[in-house]
Design a protein around this ligand. Sequence first.
Ligand code: FMN
Length: 346
Amino acid sequence: MKIGNIELDSPFVVSPMAGMTDTAFRRLVKRQGGCGLVVSEMVSSEGLVRGIDRTLEYAEYTEEERPVSIQIFGGEPAKMAEAARVVEAMGANIVDVNMGCPVPKIAKHHAGCSLMREPHHAAEIIAAMTKAVKIPVTVKMRKGWDDGEVNAPELAKRVEGAGASAIAVHGRTAQQSYSGFADWDVVAGIARSVSIPVFGSGDCIEPEDIVTRMQSGVSGVFVGRGVLRNPWILAQARDLMAGRPARQITDEDRGRFLLDYMALLQAEQKGEQDGFRHLVAQSTPPRAEASKERWVVNKLRALCTWYTKGFDGGAQFRIGVNSAKSVAEVEELIAGFFFKSVGTNL
Ligand SMILES: Cc1cc2nc3c(=O)[nH]c(=O)nc-3n(C[C@H](O)[C@H](O)[C@H](O)COP(=O)(O)O)c2cc1C
């Protein structure tokens, strides 16, 4: 399938997740197979335009991740157009607009999900961006603001008219946040009503869920929390789609994934990352060694919150990781939890 002129070799996408889908995580998911596109964490249009180093850091990606979509948020058409130019100049394949974030800090600035309540303004943003860049501009939205304002069907048509190349719809309202269930009927209705590709998002936790949702008429599926729990889910869904049994993942595979993640994060902090784009200006004061290590440990804590949910002893493991102070301590915990049966020497 294609988004504009960008060919995806799988319809399954790593959904953008702030704080989670950094370049290291995306690379590792991509390496497992079945992933047609990765989307960055949301990045501030303001920060991109002003060249703020930490914002640029969020937009980092490596060649290995292509095709790459960078998601931006903001509410001013001119600034969003300028930010899209920055994204294009960085060499990303797609620029995506966040119209789904319900967090008040974002939504109160006419950005994120509040754009859903202003479809005309949202379309102006997309029109300004599509005029400014050649790469495809896409939109990620929710079902609507609340049950009384299910605006996604209208917004989808508007942004298509303004030149958007694809849409992803998370089937919950902003008011729902993450409660209840995603409404895939609304998603399917939108897929029927526009001619650009529509991706559905919400509640694909098992690979079978992805296969089922593909039958709703969408062009593809964005998977968020399911990938955080099981980074092989997209590869497994591809196995199932091809009529093969889903690949089996062992405890050691799961442990190895965390160790690899930690190694990539550490390499990044040391500036050793192969293929890393180093967008961040040299003027940024380097993090102190202790704060680099803390950053890596915090990243592991965040992932482990999702990664070990529902596993025997997972809660105990998370308590350990949450109180760990060093990478070495986290490694030891991983060895004890995932490699206990084989006694692997790390
Ligand atoms: C921790 C977290 C962070 C998220 N951050 C973003 C974001 O930055 N941009 C966005 O469009 N959606 C974001 N989402 C929404 C997801 O991309 C996805 O649409 C939603 O979680 C529903 O899909 P799922 O059930 O597969 O997780 C986030 C979700 C989670 C759980």
